[in-house]
Design a protein around this ligand. Structure first.
Ligand SMILES: [Zn+2]
Ligand SMILES: [Zn+2]
Length: 427
C-alpha cells in the first residue's frame, strides 16, 4: 500500500484536523519472510532487537531468523508456548527484556502484537510487526487491549513503524483466522453508523474523508468475500491491507470510532464474562462478526421507527452491578461516574432521529445482504459458533453499553424507554 499517497490525500482535510500517522512502511507481498531484514533496515529500524513470538507463529515464519542474522541483526528471543490473551504480566516481563535491545519485532498476530506494542511504547523502543494471519484490525493500532484484573482496557501506545506480511504465509493461515479478519471488517459497517450517530447527538468529532477510506476498504472486502476461506493470496492481501487501514484510520482520528461501534462493546462484554469463567474468549474477529449481525439487525429494526420519545433515563444501577458482578463492577462504575448520557438532552435524540435513521440505512447493508456475504466467506453467523450461550448473549446486548464512556446508539436506548431484547426478538 502506498502510504505516501495516502498521507498526501489527507492533507488539508475539510474536517479541519491535521491527519498523520506513524507507520512508515506496510509491505505485503509473497516471499517477504525472506526480506524482513532488508525491509527493516531500509526503514531505519535498529539491528539489536527482541523478537517476540509464539511457537506456532515462529514455525510458520520459517526463514525469518536466518534472514535477520544474514542481514546483521543481533536477535534476542522470547517465544511463548501458546499466547491467547494479552495480559499485563507479559507486558511487565517484556519491558525487562527490552532494556537490553534497541527495537522490538513481534512475529505473529493479535495478543503477541498487543503486548509488544504496549511494552515497547513504555520502554520507548521502535516496534515492528511481521504478521502471520489477517485476523484482526489491531496491526496499525496505536492502542493495545490488555487484560488486567479481569477487565480488558485499551492502553494508549504508538503505532508500529513497519508492518510486514508474506501473502504466502497469510494464505496458509487457518481459515478461521481469515474469517475472523473478515468479521472484524464487517463490524466497520456498524462502526460508521455509530460514529455518525455520536456526531449528531453528542458532537463527537467526525471526518467524512476517513469514513470514506473505510467504506472503500469495505466494498473491496465484500467483493472478495467468496475468497476469504481458501488459499487466495489476492484476498488475504486485501484483507490484510484493509485491517491495517482500519488501524491507520483510528490514528488519523485519534479515536477507535472508524473501526468500532456497539458490536465491539457487545463482544468485549462476552469476552470479559468468558474470561471470568475461565473459558477461552474466542478470536476477536469471530465474536465481533457475530455481534455485528445482531447489532445490524437491531439497528435496522430501530430505523423503522418513524419517531421516538426521549426522556431522562432511569437506570437500575444495582441491577447493572449485579450483572457485571464483583470483579467487573468497579471498572464499569468508574466509567459511569458520571455516566455519558448526562452530557446529552432528550431533544438531542428526538431532533436528530431522522438523521440517525438515515445513518443506519446509508452505512449498514440490509441483514439479508450481510448474511449472504458471511455465507460466501464461510464466516460464523451464530452465537453458538462462538460459544456464547443465550443468557450471555442477552446480558451482553442489554448491559454492554456501560462498559465504555461513549455514545453508541445502544447506549441511548434507556433514554428511549426501549429494551434492546424486545427489539432483537421482535416483541
Ligand atoms: Zn479529516
Ligand atoms: Zn476489532
Amino acid at each position: 500500500m502506498d502510504l505516501q499517497a495516502l498521507r498526501k490525500s489527507l492533507q488539508n482535510c475539510p474536517c479541519g484536523h491535521t491527519h498523520d500517522f506513524d507507520l512508515k512502511a506496510l509491505e505485503v507481498a509473497a516471499g517477504n519472510v525472506n526480506r524482513v531484514g532488508q525491509i527493516l533496515k531500509a526503514n531505519g529500524f535498529p539491528t539489536r532487537i527482541l523478537l517476540v513470538s509464539d511457537t506456532n507463529e515462529l514455525l510458520v515464519s520459517d526463514g525469518i531468523l536466518r534472514n535477520l542474522k544474514d542481514n546483521g541483526f543481533f536477535v534476542e528471543m522470547r517465544v511463548y508456548d501458546d499466547m491467547k490473551e494479552a495480559a499485563m504480566t507479559e507486558v511487565d516481563e517484556l519491558r525487562a527484556l527490552e532494556r537490553r535491545v534497541d527495537g522490538v519485532l513481534s512475529v505473529g498476530s493479535g495478543s503477541c502484537n498487543d503486548i509488544c506494542r504496549y511494552s515497547s511504547y513504555l520502554e520507548n523502543k521502535p516496534f515492528a510487526i511481521f504478521a502471520t494471519a489477517p485476523s484482526m484490525d489491531g496491526f496499525a493500532s496505536d492502542s493495545a487491549p490488555i487484560l488486567k484484573d479481569g477487565f480488558k482496557l485499551s492502553y494508549q501506545c504508538r503505532q508500529p513503524q513497519v508492518i510486514i506480511a508474506d501473502t504466502t504465509i497469510l494464505a496458509q493461515a487457518p481459515d478461521v483466522l481469515k474469517q475472523a479478519g473478515f468479521g472484524d471488517m464487517m463490524a466497520k459497517y456498524v462502526a460508521l453508523a455509530d460514529w455518525k450517530i455520536a456526531h449528531y447527538v453528542h458532537g463527537d468529532y467526525y471526518c467524512e474523508k476517513v469514513a470514506s477510506l473505510i467504506r472503500k476498504a469495505l466494498s473491496e472486502i465484500a467483493a472478495l468475500a467468496p475468497y476469504v476461506s481458501g488459499k487466495d493470496e489476492r484476498a488475504v492481501k486485501a484483507i490484510m491491507e484493509s485491517l491495517v487501514l482500519s488501524g491507520i484510520a483510528m490514528q488519523l482520528t485519534h479515536t477507535s470510532r472508524p473501526a468500532s461501534g456497539a458490536e465491539h462493546v457487545v463482544s468485549h462484554f462476552w469476552e470479559c464474562k468468558k474470561i471470568e469463567r475461565g473459558l477461552f474468549a474466542e478470536y476477536h474477529g469471530r465474536k465481533v462478526g457475530v455481534s455485528t449481525l445482531i447489532i445490524a439487525d437491531v439497528y435496522h429494526k430501530l430505523a423503522r421507527l418513524d419517531k421516538v420519545e426521549a426522556h431522562e433515563e432511569h437506570i437500575d444501577w444495582e441491577e447493572v452491578k449485579r450483572v457485571y458482578g464483583p470483579g467487573l463492577t468497579p471498572s464499569m462504575m468508574a466509567l459511569n461516574s458520571p455516566t455519558i448520557t448526562t452530557e446529552i438532552k432528550p431533544s438531542d435524540i428526538t431532533d436528530n432521529w431522522d438523521k440517525i435513521r438515515k445513518a443506519i440505512e446509508d452505512e449498514i447493508p440490509p441483514v439479508d445482504e450481510l448474511k449472504k456475504l458471511y455465507a460466501l466467506a464461510k464466516a460464523d453467523t451464530t452465537i453458538e459458533s462462538v460459544h456464547v450461550d443465550k443468557q450471555l448473549c442477552d446480558d451482553g446486548l442489554r448491559y454492554h453499553a456501560y462498559m465504555r464512556k461513549r455514545i453508541n446508539l445502544t447506549r441511548l436506548l434507556p433514554m428511549l424507554g426501549i429494551d434492546i431484547l424486545d427489539v432483537y426478538y421482535g416483541k
